[in-house]
Write a protein that binds this ligand. Structure first.
Ligand code: NAD
Ligand code: MG
Length: 386
């Protein structure tokens, strides 16, 4: 049976890799929905090649350019963020690859869960903001959530070796990013270029900055908490600069199951599509003798304060994670536009969290309003300083 796939954010780093994987998987997998925000040149190219039923341009300002680039075509064109929810709920979709960056993907992910689709989630921010709600909806509708984030895919794969009740610890690995081993003083004024120079992964700009602050790992702790329904006390982080062990699960008997592969997102994307089967893919196979040595170290939470804050936010719950995430998204944007220093990113997040009055048992409206509040706070706090 042909599996019909929607890729939300098909022009991004994950989206482009997903298309490579689907192309290589062949006729059993068909792309039916593609979406992009700004890069309509690439979206038009993708639509010409994959001939989906629907293409969504989420930025309304770009739709005319898209239409003229595309010319005569049978693909239906939809516009705006709301159209994502409509597109993923279509009967022509079995699997949704969520690869939008940031909270912008939240509504569509919830819609896909409500429609009972298989959700292959790379877009971690919606899980961080609304993991409680999302997992509840998925339980009700039978929507299956399969992680694509490499660490969570590794944990998901390792979990197949035992029962969820037998899990003792989840050990998330982290590359350590470009500033591993640095002092707070050394990275305080890091440039955009230095922060974007990731040693092992080639990714979109936002997640690359998140790796430099280790905010990415902080978000991933919260992501793991929801995906695997484990208390945060059972989630540990180990820095592993080779990025070969993508994460590990320790079971009650002391066995540790690790998933290893070359650092290539095509593998977790493919596993999410073919699960529970494994098929030959395009990821280069490992030669451990060429790597020689794998190393692990404790992260330095004094230098990478985001990680420490992440643990606290994960324990607090409610609207805290929505503020944590939104303040980060807004601060990273300001950093990438050259408006703040590297050190300010985490300072701003802390400032917002300290000011926020956490609401427990948060509804979707509470979470969205906490997200909006944090973004306004970031702007206001910048106006005060500048
Ligand atoms: P990217 O910046 O390369 O691509 C983002 C995609 O989202 C693009 O297709 C863009 O058109 C779309 N987009 C951007 N803003 C949008 C908006 N406002 N509304 C709708 N669509 C919008 O990002 P990426 O590196 O591919 O990351 C995507 C997600 O996957 C992120 O949540 C990231 O944390 C996660 N992730 C990425 C990697 C990786 O290797 N790149 C690994 C693990 C997890
Ligand atoms: Mg990851």
């Amino acid at each position: 049976m042909v599996r019909k796939i929607a890729i939300l954010g098909s022009t991004g780093s994950i989206g482009r890799n997903a298309l490579k994987v689907i192309d290589a998987l062949g006729g059993d997998y068909k792309v039916t929905v593609l979406t992009a925000h700004n890069n309509v040149e690439l979206l038009a190219e993708q639509v010409r090649k994959f001939k989906p039923q629907i293409a969504v341009v989420t930025n309304p300002e770009k739709v005319n350019a898209f239409k003229s680039l595309l010319g005569d075509c049978e693909t239906e064109i939809l516009v705006g963020n709301k159209a994502l929810s409509l597109a993923v709920s279509s009967e022509d979709v079995d699997i949704v690859i969520a690869a939008i960056v940031g909270a912008a993907g939240l509504e569509a992910i919830l819609a896909a869960a409500k429609a009972g689709k298989i959700l292959a989630i790379a877009n971690k921010e919606p899980l961080v903001i609304a993991g409680s709600l999302l997992t509840k909806i998925a339980k009700q509708t039978g929507a299956k959530i399969i992680p694509v984030d490499s660490e969570h895919s590794a944990v998901f794969q390792a979990m197949q070796a035992g029962d969820a009740k037998e899990v003792n610890r989840i050990i998330l690995t982290a590359s350590g990013g470009p500033f591993r081993g640095a002092t707070a003083e050394q990275i305080k004024n890091a440039t955009i270029e230095q922060a974007l120079a990731h040693p092992t992964w080639n990714m979109g700009k936002k997640i690359t900055i998140d790796s430099a602050t280790m905010m990415n790992k902080a978000l991933e702790i919260i992501e793991a908490k929801w995906l695997f329904d484990v208390p945060v006390e059972k989630i540990e982080v180990l820095v592993h600069p080779e990025s070969i062990v993508h994460s590990m699960v320790e079971f009650v008997d002391g066995s540790v199951i690790a998933q290893m592969s070359a650092p290539d997102m095509c593998l977790p994307i493919q596993y999410a599509l073919t699960f529970p089967k494994r098929v030959k893919g395009i990821t280069k196979h490992l030669r451990l003798e060429e790597i020689g040595k794998l190393t692990f170290e404790k992260p330095d939470m004094k230098v990478f304060k985001a990680l420490k804050i992440g643990y606290e936010v994960a324990k607090t719950g409610g609207t805290a994670a929505a503020v944590f995430n939104a303040a980060n998204e807004a601060a990273v944007k300001e950093f990438l536009e050259g408006n703040i220093k590297f050190v300010n990113i985490v300072e701003i997040i802390e400032y917002c969290l300290n000011k926020h009055k956490v609401k427990t048992n948060a509804t979707l409206e509470d979470l969205i309003s906490a997200d909006n509040w944090a973004r306004i706070e970031v702007k206001e706090c910048l106006n005060k300083v500048m």
